[in-house]
Design a protein around this ligand. Structure first.
Ligand code: 0O2
Length: 226
């Protein structure tokens, strides 16, 4: 799960420089320097985290409302990268990872209101150096189990000492209610390993509906104030 992969958490209004670790769990395959390869993903996360901090702080200054509640990030653990490659029948190769895995660098942005999710996504993706590769709107069209979030696959330039690398970053944006549901759903379903009993899944989907209703009611209250 995203949050367990050496995450670093940042409150938008008070950024701490806690970097994701990428070396503690390196792959020991001969000829594959994954630790060095992953370093650039750490830098890409840093770049996007800075953008988010600036957007949140400036928006708050102008509108007296911070659209970002908190941000977490992680570089995918080498073991998780290996597992994903294995599941997809892909070979362990750095070019293959760069091309086929979109979530090596992951950032989760938790916003107070649904309108903030779209506002932050828009402010981020309209920046000249941010390339939007893919947008999956699971708020507009939730997954069958009730999961809601807005997923963006971005590509951003990272300026290194001797070259520029264009690095993919997955950004998941969601409200506090969506995050609450996704976190607990992951905990509750983990044990079942994709074999969730039907009545259990139904009850979970129903709680997702309640979370969506809560979002809608909070959004309405927010609109009355702004
Ligand atoms: P982690 O550690 O959370 O990153 P892919 O990302 O290519 O493997 P897919 O289906 O194209 O697969 O990606 P999608 O739908 O954009 O979802 C990927 C990530 O979204 C997941 O990452 C989760 O973080 C989150 N997610 C998607 N669906 C659910 C869900 O039903 N419940 C919860 N709690 N989270 C979900 P991973 O792969 O789980 O790992």
């Amino acid at each position: 799960m995203f949050a367990s992969d050496g995450k670093s958490a940042v409150k938008s209004s008070s950024v701490r420089r806690s970097l994701p670790k990428v070396t503690e769990d390196a792959l020991d395959e001969p000829g594959i320097d994954l630790s060095r390869f992953l370093l650039v993903y750490k830098f890409a996360i840093e770049e996007v985290m800075t953008k988010l901090r600036i957007l949140g702080e400036e928006f708050d200054f102008i509108h007296r409302h911070d659209p970002i509640e908190h941000v977490t990030s992680r570089v995918k653990r080498p073991e998780a990268i290996k597992d994903k490659l294995r599941r997809r029948g892909l070979e362990l190769d750095l070019d293959v990872i760069a091309e086929h895995l979109d979530d090596v660098a992951g950032i989760r942005v938790v916003c107070p209101f649904v309108s903030d999710v779209y506002r932050v996504a828009q402010m981020l993706t309209r920046q000249n150096d941010v390339e939007l590769l893919l947008r999956k709107d699971y708020i507009d069209a939730p997954k069958a189990n009730g999961y809601r979030s807005l997923h963006l696959i971005l590509r951003i330039p990272v300026f290194l000492s001797d070259r520029v690398e264009h690095v993919k970053v997955e950004v998941q944006l969601r409200t506090i209610a969506m995050d609450f549901w996704a976190t607990l759903e992951h905990k509750l379903c983990y044990k079942y390993e994709d074999q969730v009993p039907a009545d259990f899944a139904e009850e979970l989907a129903s709680t997702a509906t309640i979370a969506a209703q809560l979002d809608a009611r909070m959004q309405a209250l927010h609109l009355r104030l702004h």
